[in-house]
Design a protein. Structure first.
Length: 344
């Protein structure tokens, strides 16, 4: 069962090796599928779980090989913005292909049980589930559906291990790049502390559909925030939103957005001089950022990974409300403060 994996990676190791194709994955999964189909036809349910354990080892070998192909050199995290767009480096493109490969693997595995059921539907070995026929009848479930549920139960460890390892590996591949993007935009936003509080003449905004909702408000923003509003959606599209919308991609994208929002709020709290003009400028910037962020479709998904992002948005909006309230403290409860929100 390991032979197809070894054939995929029989040349050089490391990032210089060619990324396996979807056809390679289909060949591997077909071997696993044929093994399980044969024991189903023979009517030996106990062997299904045994084959599942061997298949789990095979998938783990595959994912280890994929992990060894990943690149973590300087070019894999380099962020370059030129002529109004971000450009992936060769190593970033290589790691992107690995993330896509992980998605393709899960996509193929998800179809495997259905194909096994189809292949064994008219087989005498359907006795594999004959001992559960009374349950099937009482639940009024057709034979194919019931057979599929039994196979998924017997292969549950195989699927859980495969999905978790693929998810974790995708995060591992994307995290260094996301960390670099956080640093890149934090450096841009640090410009808030250098510009003062007078909004400059707006830059010419980049043409991007995802930015159209925020461009009308950039005239009330500092140069740093305007640059952020123009570049951040482009960075998301280039490095993350062009990937399949897997749980790993959704999770790390929402984490990136949240971390950048936390950076803005933290930096904006230290803007000087502290006067009415700075408050109005900051409030306008928060509105523009909020509008841009909420226009990104991926943050509208209801997932557990959205909790950090929801907290970051709540903090951003709360900060805007507190800008003009000299009585409300933003310190944790139990900490006394006799001054206003800006310490005035």
């Amino acid at each position: 069962m390991n032979d197809p994996v070894l054939q995929m990676f029989n040349e050089s190791e490391g990032y210089s090796a060619a990324v396996p194709s979807k056809r390679d994955l289909q060949t591997l999964v077909k071997v696993i599928q044929d093994e399980i189909t044969s024991v189903v036809i023979e009517g030996d349910r106990g062997l299904v779980k045994i084959i599942g354990k061997e298949a789990t080892k095979t998938i783990q070998l595959l994912l280890t090989k994929v992990e060894n192909m990943s690149s973590n050199g300087p070019d894999s995290i380099r962020i370059t913005f030129h002529n109004g767009q971000f450009n992936r480096t060769n190593l970033q493109e290589h790691n992107k292909q690995l993330v896509v490969l992980l998605y393709q693997l899960q996509e193929i595995l998800d179809k495997m049980v259905g194909l096994i059921v189809k292949a064994t539907r008219d087989s005498p070995g359907i006795a594999l589930i004959s001992n559960l026929s009374t349950i099937k009848q009482s639940q009024n479930i057709d034979q194919a559906t019931f057979m599929e549920s039994v196979l998924k139960l017997e292969l549950s460890t195989f699927y859980e291990t495969s999905q978790k390892r693929s998810h974790d590996l995708a995060l591992q591949l994307l995290t260094p790049l996301v960390n670099s993007l956080v640093d890149y935009f934090k450096d841009i936003l640090m410009g808030l502390l250098k510009e003062g509080t007078v909004a400059p003449t707006p830059l010419t905004p980049n043409k991007s559909s995802s930015q159209s909702q925020s461009q009308s408000s950039t005239s009330s923003c500092s140069r740093a925030v305007e640059t952020f509003l123009n570049q951040f959606p482009l960075a998301l599209e280039t490095f993350l939103l062009s990937l399949p919308r897997t749980s790993a991609v959704i999770s790390i994208t929402q984490s990136l957005i949240a971390r950048v929002l936390f950076s803005f709020t933290s930096i904006a709290c230290h803007r000087k001089p502290l006067n009415e003009q700075s408050r109005l400028l900051t409030a306008g910037e928060i509105s523009s950022i909020d509008m841009m962020i909420t226009s990104i479709s991926i943050i509208n998904l209801q997932t557990e990974s959205s909790q950090l992002l929801e907290f970051a948005l709540h903090e951003l909006r709360s900060f805007r409300r507190l800008l003009f309230d000299s009585e409300v403290s933003i310190l944790p409860s139990g900490v006394s403060q006799g001054k206003g929100v800006f310490g005035e």
